[in-house]
Design a protein around this ligand. Structure first.
Ligand SMILES: O=P(O)(O)OC[C@H]1O[C@](O)(COP(=O)(O)O)[C@@H](O)[C@@H]1O
Ligand SMILES: [Mn+2]
Length: 650
C-alpha cells in the first residue's frame, strides 16, 4: 500500500517537480476554490428549433442582461441597455443595422467598445486569469487581455485604453473586434450548459443545434426519448428509422434528412408515389409550419403514409418476436378487419378513418412487401453510413447519458418509473429486474452496447432497447402507458388517443417520494433538486413548473412551436449562478431579424426558486470537491519532498 502511495507521488512529482512548483499549484487551486461558482444554464426540449435555441444560448436566459444591469445600473437608459444586449447577441447584424443610419460611426464604435469592455471585465471577474485566457478569441487575445485586466501601476489608464481603442478603429478592425468581444462575453456568462433532452424532432434544425453544441465550450446532455430514437436509427434499428422519417414527414421536415444529413429518400418517394399516388392520404396531413409548396405537400403526404405503414409493420413484428417486451397489445395490424375497415381495441370496434392498405396482406399483416424491404435495407445503410449523423451520435454518446448528478442536482429527461403508491417500480429488462437508478444504469449500458458491442447479438439487443426507450411504458424517458401513434392517425374516437402518464407526474408534489428518488441517486434530499423536461407545462391552465416547494423543476423548454398554443408560453429554462436558482419564462421567438431590428428578447419573467444567503463558491461545487482532492494530493507531495520520501527534480 505504502509503495503504491510513493509511486503515485513519484508520478505527481513529474508534473510538479519542485517544492516551489507544488506550492504554486496549491495556492492557485486554493484561489479557484474561493471564486464564485460558474453559472450553469439548463435547456430542455429544444425539438429542432435552432433559431430560438441559438438566441437563448446567446442571451444565457437573461445572464447577459443581468451583467449589463450590474455594470451600468442607472447610468444607462433602458433603450441603450437593450441595444447593447442586442450587440452582444448579434454583433455583426446589429453593427450593419446601425451603419445604415448612423453618421458618426467612429463615435459609435468608441462608445460601444467601452461598454463591451466593461461588461467583459465584469463577466471575467469570476474566473482565474488562466481560464479567461483560454477563452480569449485567438485574433485579439493579447489586446483583450490588456483591456480587461486592471493595471494598478498605470498612471493614465484612460489614455492608455483610449490609444488601443483608437488604433483598432483607425486600422479598420472595429467590427471584428466587436464580434470577438461579444463572443467572449457570451462565453464567459455561461460556464456550463446542461441539455436535459429532446434536441431532435418536430422543428427544422436539430442538425444545426448539434453542430452548435459540438463547438460549445462546456456541455453535458441527458438524452431525451427523441434523441434515443435518432440514436437507434443511426445504429440501424428499423423501428427507430421508420419513426424518425415519419416524424420528419409529419412536420414537413424531410429536408433535415435529405439536405441536413444527405440521406437519400428517393427510393421511398418513388415507392410512395406509385403505391399511394391516387390515395388522398388525408390522415397524413403534416403538423406545424406552412413551409411546403403544394407539389411537395402531395409528395409529403404520400411518403408520410408509406413510412407510417412500414413503421406499424416493423414495430408489430418486433413486438411479436420479443414477447419479453410485453407489448403485445401494441401490435395492431392483425386487429384490423380489412374488409369492414374497422379495428378491434379492448373489445371495442372502431371505424378507421382511412382503410386503404394496398401493401398489407391481411394474412401476414406485419410482413414488408419486397419493395418495402428493399427500401428499409437501403435506409438502414444510409443511416449507418451517414458520417455527419454518426458524428452527431458519437457526440451524444460522449457528452451524454440517461441522467446526471451535478452540483447536488439530479437531471433526467422524463421520469423515474413509480408505482401508484410512490415506490420505485420494478421493471423487467432482458430477464433481470431493475428499478430506479439501476434501471437507468442498465438502460444506458444497453444503448452503448447498441453502438459498440463486438458481439452481434448483444449489439442487436442494444438497438432494440433503444426502440424500447422511445416508447415502452416502463421507459423512464417516455413515462406513458402507450404511444398512441396508430390511433391518432386512424381513429376518430379521442378516448383511444389517451396516453396515460406514469404516476410519477402526479406524485411530484409528495416530498417523501421526491426525497426517495434523490436518495436513490445518492443525493442528500436537503438542498438537492430534480430537474426534468419532457412534459410541457400548461401555463394557461395554471400549471407551474415548480413542484414540491421548489425541489422539483419541470422545465420543458417549450421551444417547439407546435406546442406553444397548448401551453400558452414558449417554455422555461433554468439558470443556476452563485446567488441561487432562477427559473426563466420565455415568450415565443419570432426571428433573428426581429431580434436585431426590435431588440426583442424572449425571456419575460423570472422566478427565483432559491436564493442563497452566502454567495456559492467553487469550493462548494463538484469541481470544488475534485480540486480539494488535488490540493490534498499536492500537500502529500510537499510533505514527501520535505521528508525525503520523494526527491525534487531540478
Ligand atoms: O404531437 P406529435 O408530434 O404527434 O407527438 C405526439 C407524440 O409525442 C409524444 O408526446 C412523445 O414526444 P415528447 O417526448 O415530446 O412528449 C408521444 O407521447 C405522443 O404520441
Ligand atoms: Mn420527451
Amino acid at each position: 500500500m505504502k509503495e503504491l502511495e510513493t509511486r503515485y507521488l513519484e508520478r505527481l512529482s513529474d508534473l510538479y517537480p519542485t517544492i516551489a512548483a507544488a506550492s504554486t499549484e496549491i495556492i492557485n487551486l486554493q484561489a479557484i476554490l474561493n471564486l464564485p461558482k460558474g453559472t450553469e444554464h439548463f435547456l430542455t426540449d429544444i425539438h429542432g428549433e435552432w433559431e430560438a435555441f441559438s438566441h437563448v444560448l446567446k442571451n444565457g436566459s437573461g445572464a447577459v442582461r443581468s451583467k449589463i444591469e450590474d455594470v451600468f445600473g442607472y447610468t444607462l437608459g433602458k433603450r441603450e441597455k437593450q441595444e447593447l444586449a442586442t450587440l452582444i447577441y448579434y454583433p455583426k447584424e446589429k453593427t450593419e443595422q446601425v451603419k445604415r443610419t448612423e453618421k458618426h460611426m467612429e463615435d459609435w464604435y468608441k462608445i460601444q467598445l467601452y461598454r463591451l469592455i466593461e461588461v467583459s471585465k465584469r463577466a471575467a471577474s469570476k474566473y482565474t486569469r488562466s481560464k479567461v485566457r483560454k477563452a480569449l478569441p485567438k485574433d485579439f487575445a493579447y489586446v483583450i487581455e490588456e483591456l480587461i485586466t486592471e493595471k494598478a501601476e498605470l498612471h493614465d489608464k484612460e489614455s492608455y485604453y483610449n490609444e488601443i481603442i483608437q488604433t483598432i478603429i483607425r486600422i479598420g478592425r472595429a467590427e471584428e473586434f466587436i464580434c470577438a468581444i461579444a463572443d467572449l462575453i457570451q462565453r464567459l456568462v455561461i460556464d456550463h450548459l446542461h441539455i436535459v433532452g429532446d434536441i431532435y424532432d418536430r422543428g427544422p434544425g436539430p442538425h444545426i443545434i448539434m453542430d452548435k453544441l459540438m463547438t460549445y465550450h462546456s456541455v453535458d446532455i441527458q438524452w431525451g426519448n427523441h434523441d434515443v430514437l435518432w440514436m437507434g436509427a443511426a445504429a440501424g434499428q428499423r423501428g427507430c428509422i421508420a419513426n424518425v422519417i415519419r416524424i420528419c414527414a409529419r412536420y414537413g421536415n424531410l429536408d433535415i434528412l435529405e439536405d441536413g444529413y444527405g440521406i437519400n429518400l428517393l427510393p421511398l418517394a418513388n415507392f410512395a408515389l406509385r403505391i399511394y399516388g391516387d390515395d388522398p392520404c388525408t390522415c397524413f396531413r403534416r403538423k406545424g409550419s406552412e413551409r411546403l409548396q403544394k407539389a411537395e405537400m402531395e409528395m409529403n403526404l404520400r411518403m408520410h403514409k408509406a413510412i407510417s405503414v412500414i413503421q406499424f409493420k416493423v414495430e408489430g413484428k418486433l413486438i411479436l418476436q420479443h414477447p419479453e417486451f410485453q407489448m403485445e397489445e401494441r401490435a395492431l395490424l392483425h386487429r384490423i378487419d380489412y374488409k369492414k375497415g374497422t379495428i378491434l381495441l379492448d373489445g371495442k370496434e372502431y371505424p378507421l378513418k382511412d382503410d386503404r392498405f394496398p401493401t398489407i396482406d391481411p394474412a401476414a399483416p406485419y410482413e414488408l412487401t419486397e419493395e418495402e424491404e428493399e427500401i428499409m435495407e437501403r435506409l438502414e445503410k444510409a443511416f449507418a453510413g451517414c458520417e455527419k449523423l454518426q458524428n452527431h451520435m458519437r457526440f451524444l454518446l460522449a457528452k451524454g447519458g440517461l441522467y446526471k448528478v451535478y452540483n447536488n442536482n439530479l437531471l433526467y429527461h422524463g421520469c423515474v418509473p413509480l408505482r401508484e403508491d410512490g415506490s420505485l417500480k420494478e421493471v423487467q429488462l432482458c430477464g433481470k429486474s431493475y428499478r430506479g437508478k439501476s434501471l437507468y444504469d442498465a438502460l444506458e449500458g444497453y444503448v452503448r452496447k447498441g453502438f459498440f458491442a463486438l458481439d452481434e447479438q448483444e449489439k442487436e439487443q442494444g438497438k432494440n432497447i433503444m426502440w424500447c426507450i422511445w416508447q415502452h411504458p416502463d421507459s423512464p424517458l417516455f413515462g406513458k402507458d402507450k404511444m398512441a401513434t396508430f390511433e391518432r392517425y386512424f381513429i376518430e374516437a379521442k378516448e383511444t388517443h389517451l396516453e396515460k402518464k406514469n404516476p410519477y407526474y402526479e406524485l411530484l408534489e409528495k416530498e417523501a417520494v421526491v426525497d426517495e428518488i434523490l436518495e436513490e441517486f445518492g443525493l442528500h434530499p436537503e438542498g438537492a433538486h430534480i430537474v426534468n423536461g419532457h412534459v410541457p407545462v400548461k401555463c394557461k391552465n395554471g400549471e407551474s413548473p415548480i413542484k414540491c416547494n421548489g425541489k422539483v423543476l419541470v422545465i420543458d423548454g417549450g421551444f417547439s412551436r407546435a406546442y406553444q398554443k397548448e401551453t400558452g408560453i414558449a417554455g422555461y429554462t433554468l439558470v443556476y449562478n452563485s446567488y441561487g436558482l432562477v427559473l426563466v419564462a420565455h415568450e415565443p421567438f419570432e426571428s433573428k431579424e426581429a431580434a436585431v431590428e426590435k431588440g426583442s428578447d424572449i425571456h419575460s419573467d423570472y422566478m427565483v426558486v432559491k436564493r442563497v444567503t452566502e454567495r456559492r463558491l467553487v469550493g462548494n461545487t463538484d469541481i470544488g470537491t475534485e480540486l480539494k482532492e488535488q490540493v490534498a494530493d499536492l500537500e502529500s507531495l510537499l510533505a514527501a519532498y520535505r521528508s525525503g520520501q520523494v526527491i525534487e527534480k531540478l
